[in-house]
Design a protein around this ligand. Structure first.
Ligand code: MG
Length: 395
């Protein structure tokens, strides 16, 4: 399922004035502003292909500043919202129409603590219902009071839920609902599920999270600051890889994606690029996604003689699928020969190209083993690698 996300950030936030007067979605919250946290959190769902933010015309500069270091190619240019939440939702939906997603998640910019588990529950539910929202069952006893401040009665809380976002919908259905409401001159709906209900869509509910709270008041912002300060470390992962291939009769080896003339070749099912194999395992290890042998079994004839860049590019794709970025990779090649130094820069450039990262983030080193062991006896080449990956969200 191809899912788009709309983040509504056009509100003026008059209930939570910030020190600098910017609306609360642009208020600083730990290392990023509220909206940037929200975008990072929404980007965690692997099926989200587009991130569409709806902003107020006065907030262009604040918006550009908040997404400057986001580096997420799913982020579309912002669209300008309308006078109400409902108008802004329609502006976001209309902007996504040409991309024709199957479903859309509509989310408040001021809910930065949405987590991957909640996104997964909503995405899974959309496979069976056209609309689904997260809700939290009301736990407090509910009272109704008159204008004089006196309680008139106690409200039965059975079956009552507090609606949260992101709310998920079949894209075509919610767009039709919005357009029908707009042409009927109705603009009073306070969330998209109210509009979906009015349109006659079946709306399901999944368990929301108490900490998926909306930042509405200055107290909410202060509490969010405490949450981020207490657990706001970036989710950085590391992985390691190691591989060995033996020499056989031949006249060249592939190492780090570079063909090097040599007295032997390396034996293996693929092109036997021991360095790229170690790097592939390092990346897979960083995201806990098995190893090279699992994804590309030697028993599979498709990989006979295959260029190993396919394996490394696949590992990089798996990182991107999780919304991750590669921080750096580092490679050590252990052999007596061939000499690696003359080929170091070519290897770094080749690896950087396969991973889609800057050359400065690729380390290539080599060492002999002083004549000791199998590498010292020139029976083969070993390679070890490490990688860091930054996943979206905070620890
Ligand atoms: Mg190998």
């Amino acid at each position: 399922m191809r899912i788009a996300a709309i983040i509504l950030a056009a509100g003026r936030g008059s209930r939570a004035p910030t020190a600098t007067g910017v609306p609360k979605q642009y208020a600083p919250l730990g290392p990023h502003c509220v909206l940037a946290h929200t975008l990072r959190a929404m980007g965690q769902h692997p099926s989200i292909g587009w991130l569409q933010v709806v902003i107020h015309a006065d907030d262009r500069a604040a918006y550009e500043a908040s997404v400057r270091d986001l580096e997420d190619n799913r982020l579309l240019p912002p669209v300008i919202g309308g006078a109400t939440r409902q108008n802004s939702g329609l502006a976001g939906l209309a902007a996504l129409e040409s991309h024709a997603p199957d479903a859309v998640l509509i989310h408040d910019a001021a809910r930065p603590f949405v987590d991957a588990g909640l996104l997964a529950r909503i995405g899974d539910a959309l496979a069976t219902v056209p609309a689904v929202i997260p809700g939290v069952a009301v736990a407090d006893t509910l009272k109704r009071a008159g204008r004089d401040g006196r309680i008139t009665d106690t409200v039965d809380r059975a079956g009552l839920w507090r609606a949260q976002t992101p709310q998920g919908f079949a894209f075509g259905d919610i767009l039709a609902a919005h357009r029908r409401a707009a042409s009927a001159g109705l603009s009073h709906f306070t969330d998209d599920s109210a509009l979906a209900e009015w349109h006659g869509m079946a709306v399901g509910i999944v368990e929301g999270r108490e900490d998926n709270r909306k930042i509405t008041t200055p107290e909410d912002l202060a509490m969010a600051e405490r949450v981020v300060a207490g657990g706001g470390l970036p989710d950085v992962r590391t992985g390691t890889g190691f591989d060995v291939h033996r020499f056989d009769a031949g006249d060249h080896v592939w190492l780090g994606g570079v063909k090097i003339a040599h007295t032997h070749r390396l034996e293996g099912h693929s092109d036997a690029d021991v360095a790229l194999h170690a790097l592939t395992d390092a990346l897979l290890g960083a995201i806990g996604d098995g190893d090279i042998g699992q994804h590309f079994p030697p028993s599979d004839m498709r990989w006979k003689g295959a260029p190993s860049r396919l394996f490394l590019e696949d590992a990089a794709r798996r990182v991107r699928e999780r919304g991750g970025r590669i921080g750096n990779v580092d490679l050590t090649i252990l052999c007596e020969a061939p000499r690696i130094g003359p080929h170091r820069d070519a290897m770094r450039a080749a690896i950087a190209g396969m991973l889609g990262i800057e050359v400065a983030r690729v380390g290539v080193k080599a060492t002999t083993t002083e004549g000791l062991g199998f590498t010292g006896r020139r029976e083969g080449i070993a390679a070890m690698a490490s990688a860091t990956v930054i996943l979206p969200g905070l620890l």
